[in-house]
Design a protein around this ligand. Structure first.
Ligand code: 13P
Length: 258
């Protein structure tokens, strides 16, 4: 089963729009310098909302094959929702991906599985690709119930979503204890959960659909560990935080050059 790897950089709340322009330009140039073949992997950056217009301008004017998207989305179409950004606004900016249900949004903004489900549907309805995040905290991992916990999140996120729409989604498994800590899940730990996610997707949508969907790993991914992580059968790419903020390092990650 060949699934095109997806390497996505979640910049989180880093980089103003001027820094964003520089980072995207440097990334594009570095990949070009290394003769990176964009057919080998999908490359995505996920900047803060305030950078999206600038990133759009750079990507379009330089005809870059880098896709971009947002870190969150409103469940509402428009109206009196101070601080929120709608799907149509993101589409207008050329966004093709949206991170949904990142653990930092679940934790600091009380996003439940039901909200994650709504955001996934809103993203799909607008024609963008949701990157649906799941993952367990340290206590759950230590209690050994991490697989059950993650599968419950998957059940919630995909509630009422058709097989046709599920095919348009990407799932990202990000164990919270491995995010920004330098503590990477071992490739076998990551495979255990990513494999269980694919089995759950097969149960929900059939094996053929599950085999086509991409499941990413995220949590302290860097150029030195990406290759081994991606060598596991059910890991189709990475959602990268800190290491995506440096063009040369993220370029190495994309090229799997440790
Ligand atoms: P780090 O790569 O900094 O651990 O962050 C992972 C993450 O949360 C990406 O969404």
């Amino acid at each position: 089963m060949s699934r095109t790897p997806l390497l996505a950089g979640n910049w989180k709340m880093n980089m103003d729009h001027l820094q964003a322009i520089k980072l995207v330009q440097e990334l594009g140039l570095d990949l070009e310098d290394h003769k990176f073949n964009y057919a080998d992997a999908d490359v995505v950056v996920l900047p803060p909302f305030t950078d999206l217009r600038s990133v759009q301008t750079v990507v379009e004017s330089d005809k870059m094959k880098i896709a971009y998207g947002a870190q969150d989305i409103s469940v509402h179409d428009n109206g009196a929702y101070t601080g929120e950004v709608s799907a149509s606004m993101l589409v207008k900016l050329g966004c093709t991906y949206v991170v949904v249900g990142h653990s930092e949004r679940r934790e600091y903004h009380c996003e439940s599985d039901a909200v994650v489900n709504e955001k996934t549907k809103v993203t799909l309805a607008a024609g963008m690709t949701p990157i649906v995040c799941c993952g367990e905290g340290l206590e759950i991992r230590q209690a050994g119930t991490h697989v059950d916990h993650v599968l419950k999140q998957i059940n919630g996120a995909f509630d009422g979503i058709s097989a046709e729409d599920a095919l348009k989604c990407v799932v990202a498994y990000e164990p919270i204890w491995a995010i920004g800590t330098g503590e990477v899940a071992t490739p076998d730990d990551a495979q255990e959960v990513c494999g269980a996610i694919r089995e759950k997707l097969a149960e929900l949508y059939g094996q053929e659909v599950a085999d086509k969907m991409r499941v990413l790993y995220g949590g302290s991914v860097k150029s030195s560990n990406v290759k081994e992580i991606l060598s596991r059968p059910d890991i189709d790419g990475a959602l990268v935080g800190g290491a995506s903020l440096k063009a040369d390092e993220f370029s190495r990650i994309v090229r799997q050059d440790g």
